[in-house]
Design a protein around this ligand. Structure first.
Ligand code: 5AD
Ligand code: SF4
Length: 422
């Protein structure tokens, strides 16, 4: 979501004649697009601001947008008096106001709903991978999560507006569509004529577009994985066989305290249905360790479920108490050292699962999408349908194909190596 927001901000400023620079010392405006989901992310923003104010031109504008802006509000100006603007995740389209009035301080952390989607200009060239937000905010209210506060209640965009964006990017270079939302599979829109639309309708309509070859969506809430959506994996080959469906914990007690009211049986049942709809599907998850009150035995149940589902590509985090959340005031907060030990153990398991899956790809041919040059600039990075990076040699004297069949020749935990089949 933040990558998408960043692209829209860049397009907004480019439409006003500005260009991007990598040098803080050259910049006329410096914008930090921020994440507040864990305290570490918020702390990084403030330490970056401290560095930037030393390096920037004295009259350059500096500000924060996104969830830390919403989390801090006017307090951000107190902490960093040089800040010119603080704009929340649903009000960054107000940025031009500060360009017109550089002497004022601009604060807007309103939850303006869908206003920003209508007000922002669209780029006339899409990247091959286009992010399309379809809903924003979240009604789930997991007790650890700041998102319902920073991004507000859940709102789904009108079906026609989403399809308008999809067609625009499909006509200007997109090959892959990634639908976005904090609770993306909860997408529900009722048109003025009463027609109801779900994520499955968006996928079906998007798959009809010739230019679009790959479709995916993130992030999914387990109990919103309805049968119509599961069926898309059976019927729609352009939908990639990969799904991020966070379980967060394998302990029923912890899930209850997290206010995630699903049973492990239900979760496993959904995974089984997905696997019978699409036998090659792989699942990834997010995990939180060290949630208040988590016992050793709760943690062992998380290890068990990770092993049982055989997740690939998961994200794991130490629980971080956040303002405006219920869990921050719960008793039995877990000491940092125990959180670190549990995270280490879980990461070891998740890394092994990922390595095993990567190794199982050796010898297979996968249809992969070009991402760009690797760090050395000598090779290319493609993405497999499972989002694994796959490194290949640059083809001689020809432009590399955007989509390529790649034979996987070797694998490590972090990446695959392969060769493009001509
Ligand atoms: N502490 C640690 N991790 C968190 N997440 C959300 N809130 C917190 C928190 N307070 C994680 C969840 C979520 C991912 C985006 O971030 O695992 O799925
Ligand atoms: Fe946060 Fe996701 Fe829970 Fe919504 S479903 S409250 S975004 S963790």
């Amino acid at each position: 979501m933040n990558v998408y927001d960043g692209q829209r901000i860049a397009t907004l400023l480019q439409s006003r004649g500005m260009t991007q620079t990598d040098s803080i010392a050259d910049a006329d405006i410096i914008i930090l697009n921020t994440c507040a989901v864990r305290a570490k992310a918020t702390d990084k923003v403030y330490s970056a601001l401290g560095r930037i104010r030393e390096q920037k031109k004295p009259d350059a504008l500096m500000g924060i947008v996104g969830c830390v802006a919403r989390e801090s509000g006017a307090d951000a100006f107190r902490r960093v008096p040089e800040l010119n603007f603080v704009l929340g995740p649903q009000s960054y389209h107000k940025l031009p106001e500060i360009l017109e009035n550089p002497d004022m301080r601009l604060l807007n952390i309103d939850l303006g709903g869908l206003e920003k989607f209508d007000e922002l200009p669209q780029s006339d060239k899409s990247p091959a991978l286009a992010y399309i937000p379809i809903q924003e905010g979240c009604n789930h209210c997991c007790t650890y999560c700041i998102v319902p506060y920073t991004r507000g209640r859940e709102i789904s965009r009108p079906f026609n507006d989403v399809m308008h964006d999809v067609m625009h990017v499909a006509n200007t270079g997109a090959v892959e569509i990634c639908f976005l939302g904090q609770n993306v599979n909860g997408y529900k829109y009722t048109a003025p004529d009463g027609t109801q639309y779900r994520l499955s309708d968006l996928i079906r309509a998007t798959a009809k577009l010739d230019n679009i070859q790959r479709i995916r969506f993130t992030s999914s809430y387990p109990t919103e994985m309805t049968d119509d959506l599961i069926d898309m994996f059976r019927t729609e080959p352009k939908l990639l066989p990969f799904l991020n469906m966070p379980i967060q914990s394998g302990s029923p007690d912890v899930l209850t305290k997290m206010n995630r009211p699903y049973t492990l049986d239900l979760y496993i049942d959904i995974v089984d249905k997905l696997r019978s709809a699409r036998p090659d599907i792989q699942i990834s998850s997010d995990f939180i360790v060290g949630f208040p009150g988590e016992t050793d035995s709760d943690f062992e149940q998380t290890m068990d479920i990770a092993q049982r589902i055989r997740y690939i590509n998961s994200f794991s985090f130490k629980y971080s108490p956040r303002p405006h959340t219920v869990a921050a005031t719960m008793p039995n907060q877990i000491p940092e050292v125990i959180k670190s030990q549990r995270l280490y153990k879980l990461d070891e398991l998740l890394n092994n699962l990922q390595r095993e899956f990567n190794e199982s790809c050796i010898g297979k041919t996968l249809s992969c999408m070009l991402e760009g040059p690797d760090k050395t600039g000598l090779r290319l990075v493609y993405r497999t349908p499972y989002m694994q990076p796959c490194i290949v040699d640059k083809p001689d004297n020809t432009t590399p194909p955007t989509l390529a069949n790649i034979e996987i020749t070797s694998a490590s935990k972090a990446a695959l190596r392969g060769k493009i089949l001509i």
